[in-house]
Write a protein that binds this ligand. Structure first.
Ligand code: PLP
Length: 424
């Protein structure tokens, strides 16, 4: 087991909250986390996020604040910005977005006028809620149109259709990025299409920022993308938060700064920004490259098992950290799959698949990935075993004996690979 958290004051002064946190600590330690957007931060990051920086108001940016007493907060935010720029090889960084969704919204408001069009990935083909899902308010302000996969068996995007739609709809932003897609995008083609129609090329790298930072995936900036926005808590393995990076255009960077504050947010979460600085420092360490590559090797080891067991995967497998599997061949829906896997100690989520004929609460797929278990030290061998146990569980979803046996093995695996305090 990792060192228990220091919760001395909580333990003495607030039993209720203390017990809930201890319960979650135990759940994280004893189960296997396969939700591809989750990870384990180092104790170093947690110390920064748990620090007295939470006491400070720092509206504005380093050197230009609305309140006094900023000598140390300026230092913290500068460290985060400088490290972010180095990680992603760009000129400007805004590290203040409270999370990914606010980073999306701030980017849209910075670079669009109401009524302007964004061309993004179809939501059932892997795009994210923040890319114009009808349930979000942002769709009342901007117009979202879609591109899709050409072939759900290979995952290849239909770039010809993308160009056609772009020519017809004249988007101001061509948006790359996804949360349920297992292949890599062709940034060169997308940047070319964006130039052709006068759109900005923007990447929402929320899921794969860590793969890019670790050199395991291409960097969209190398292909002329203008902006990358991201979360900091998924593969990047930092505290919960968001960030917006601008490759080189000062005017764009200034619009983004104004949009984040005062346009959208109030005071920045300085304790989280300190946590981001620490996490970016960790991601700059040479060992992070190994981590990023291992995430992908591990996901591919799981995909091999699914392939062998003839479970359909969208995109035919994976080139990144996640797998989207169609589990209807087991005679169950994604909701049931999520529930039975939870019973054996595996956490993942149900997910719609491309052009799903089932409703969103009982979709045809499950989505899972390797960022968190790779942080625990799993290699291809353990990941392949987990995939085998998943298939066995799904195949025997109403056999209590099988589930008991699988749960025991999962608990033993978790015990053998405790959540680490340090990442290098
Ligand atoms: C997770 C995610 C977001 C939203 O991030 P939050 O921190 O949950 O607000 C935005 N875009 C994409 C592509 C994501 O995967």
């Amino acid at each position: 087991m990792a060192t228990p958290q220091d919760l001395l004051f909580l333990a003495r002064q607030d039993d209720d909250v203390h017990n809930a946190i201890r319960g979650e600590e135990k759940r994280q330690e004893e189960g296997l986390e396969l939700i591809p957007s989750e990870n384990y931060v180092s104790k170093t990051v947690r110390e920064a996020v748990g620090s007295i920086l939470t006491n400070k108001y720092s509206e504005g940016y380093p050197g230009k604040r609305y309140y006094g007493g900023q000598e140390f907060t300026d230092e913290v935010e500068e460290l985060a910005r400088e490290r972010a720029k180095k990680l992603f090889n760009c000129k400007y960084a805004n590290v203040q977005p409270h999370a990914g969704a606010p980073a999306n919204i701030a980017t849209y408001f910075a670079l669009l006028e109401p009524g302007d069009t964004v061309l993004g990935m179809d939501l059932s083909h892997g795009g994210h809620l923040t890319h114009g899902h009808p349930v979000t308010y942002i769709t009342k302000i901007f117009n979202f149109v879609r591109y899709k996969m050409k072939d759900t068996e290979t995952g290849e995007i239909d770039y010809d259709e993308m160009r056609e739609v772009a020519k017809k709809e004249k988007p101001k932003i061509l948006l790359a990025g996804f949360s349920a897609y297992s292949r890599e995008l062709d940034y060169q083609k997308m940047a070319d299409i964006a130039r052709e129609v006068g759109a900005l090329a923007i990447m929402d790298a929320a899921h794969i920022a860590g793969l890019i930072a670790g050199g395991a995936h291409k960097n969209p900036f190398d292909y002329g993308f203008d902006v990358i926005l991201t979360t900091t808590h998924k593969t990047l393995r930092g505290p919960r938060g968001g960030m917006i990076l601008t490759r080189e255009d000062k005017e764009i960077a200034q619009k983004i700064d104004k949009s984040v504050f005062p346009g959208l947010q109030g005071g920045p979460l300085m304790h989280h920004i300190a946590g981001k600085a620490v996490a970016f420092g960790e991601a700059l360490h040479p060992s992070f490259k190994n981590y990023a590559h291992q995430i992908i090797d591990n996901a591919q080891a799981m995909a091999e098992v699914f392939d062998r067991e003839e479970v359909r995967m969208l995109g035919g497998g994976t080139s990144n950290h996640l797998i989207l599997a169609d589990i209807t061949s087991f005679g169950i829906d994604g909701h049931v799959a999520e529930t039975v896997l939870d019973e054996v100690g595996i956490t993942l989520n149900k997910n719609v698949i491309a052009d799903d004929s089932n409703p969103p609460m009982k979709p045809s797929g499950i989505r899972f990935g390797t960022p968190a278990i790779t942080t625990r030290g799993f290699t291809e061998k353990e990941c392949a075993r987990v995939a085998e146990l998943m298939v066995e569980t799904l195949r025997n979803h109403d056999d209590e004996e099988v589930k008991k046996k699988v749960h025991k093995e999962i608990r033993a695996l978790a015990a053998k690979f405790p959540i680490p305090d340090k990442h290098f």
